[in-house]
Write a protein that binds this ligand. Structure first.
Ligand code: SF4
Length: 160
């Protein structure tokens, strides 16, 4: 390789290093101010898709174990529309729609008795607690109709 070719190669590698460093730095800056959980809240909070605690997240796998056998509904007497099996099967399928449980008497069922007969050990009492926590955190009014989709503001560094 000639000296000129070697110099061109060194110059090209130098430009590559500078460009990559600039890209990496801009990503770090964006992560601090515009990304992460703040961006998640800005985009999804108004749709009632809110953050879960680590404990709630860890419990989710158990919430999905219901096989719709109906045994829990025999063990815990229903309260109007609310039956034990409706909690995992219908009422908690979608986080933004948990508000629809607001008028149900969640404390009127014997969740411990329902959970005791469950063949897949669905944590019914824990799901009930999650619903109550979500109703307190997200409110009980139906979501307002949306006119425009939520969008993130453009970070100043990216405006041209
Ligand atoms: S007993 Fe368990 S698996 Fe059966 S319907 Fe109730 S929660 Fe689901």
């Amino acid at each position: 390789m000639s000296t000129a070719a070697r110099l061109r190669r060194v110059a090209a590698l130098g430009r590559l290093a500078v460009g990559y460093s600039r890209h990496t730095m801009s990503r770090l800056v964006r992560r601090g101010g515009w990304g992460g959980l703040a961006a998640f809240d800005a985009l999804y909070r108004r749709d009632r898709i809110s953050r879960l605690t680590p404990e709630e997240r860890a419990a989710l796998a158990g919430h999905g174990r219901c096989i719709a056998c109906g045994l829990c509904t025999f063990a815990a007497t229903r309260s109007g529309y609310l039956t034990a099996e409706r909690l995992p099967l219908q009422l908690t399928r979608s986080l933004p729609e948990v508000w629809a449980t607001r008028d149900l008497a969640l404390d009127s069922l014997d969740w411990a008795a329902a959970q005791a007969v469950c063949p897949t050990n669905v944590p019914l009492g824990q799901i009930r607690d999650l619903v109550i926590t979500r109703l307190e955190a997200d409110g009980v009014l139906p979501p307002a109709p949306q006119l425009a989709p939520a969008v993130l503001p453009v970070p100043p560094a990216r405006r041209r």
